[in-house]
Design a protein around this ligand. Sequence first.
Ligand SMILES: Nc1ncnc2c1ncn2[C@@H]1O[C@H](COP(=O)(O)OP(=O)(O)OP(=O)(O)O)[C@@H](O)[C@H]1O
Ligand SMILES: [Mg+2]
Length: 286
Amino acid sequence: MVAAFITPVLGLAPWSRTSEAEDAAEPTARPASHAEPKNHAKGAGLEVAGLAKSFGDKEVLRDIDLHVAPGEFVAIVGRSGCGKSTLLRLALGLEAPSAGTVAIEGRDPRSGGGTHARFVFQEPRLLPWQRVAQNVALGTPQNFPRAERLRLAEEQLAKVGLAGRGGEWPGVLSGGQRQRVALARALVTTPRLLALDEPLGALDALTRIEMQDLLETVWRGSGFTVLLVTHDVSEAVALADRVLVMEDGRIAHEERVDLPRPRRHGDPETSAIERRILDRVLRRAP
Ligand SMILES: Nc1ncnc2c1ncn2[C@@H]1O[C@H](COP(=O)(O)OP(=O)(O)OP(=O)(O)O)[C@@H](O)[C@H]1O
Ligand SMILES: [Mg+2]
């Protein structure tokens, strides 16, 4: 059984683990890549077909067809206002499409059956009156004993580099640390699809690179599927198996990044791919 599982704000949803059958299921269409994490059976596939979204008479998304393989890491870039966040919200069922379909592991995320998908936003959205471990524990099963929930939270905090910090208040943490807590709160639910909407956008350059490394490490270790919206093309190329470029509400271009990991910023191959994507985003002739 999979419980309702998309909790965009505070992670107060019911808990559910994937069933053994789901854990054992082999992914079907993951593309061959150097980048493949070893443990990718836990990722959820995403199918989007003919998706469109309008607000009033303003068409924001149109003609979106997208297949994301289980365990794939997909980054979405594009100019401000082109529809990236809207696509993410529709993909996770947080909003209804005007036309077309979305399916996570074959199920409409809005059907109420749950999809085991999680959302991480640019701002960490922690409860300031709850200690760090309690914030993370919000993602754990509510029917577990409190001590067990806190133990799971501490365990997850250690995985994001915050071992022993569970007793602190969110207010005393740095921006990067708070975002780690938000990531831990999402990860403690063992998501099969993680959607991140500019999660590192507010961080300084060095913290950002550290967080990129962390995200890649946990993704490779856990094998969930990732949809990452970012303004930063070099971040997209450093992390993703595939980068989608959105323009005016549609996917205008995509670039597969078939380079070994970990990738280094400034390597000639990554730089060449970055330049191609940037040219496309800025619509410059190559
Ligand atoms: N609830 C809404 N009602 C009306 N218009 C909306 C709504 N949500 C988004 N829009 C419009 O849809 C367009 C796309 O918005 P969206 O937030 O998806 O862009 P974005 O690519 O994520 O931009 P940014 O990079 O600045 O975050 C914008 O023109 C925005 O004003
Ligand atoms: Mg946005």
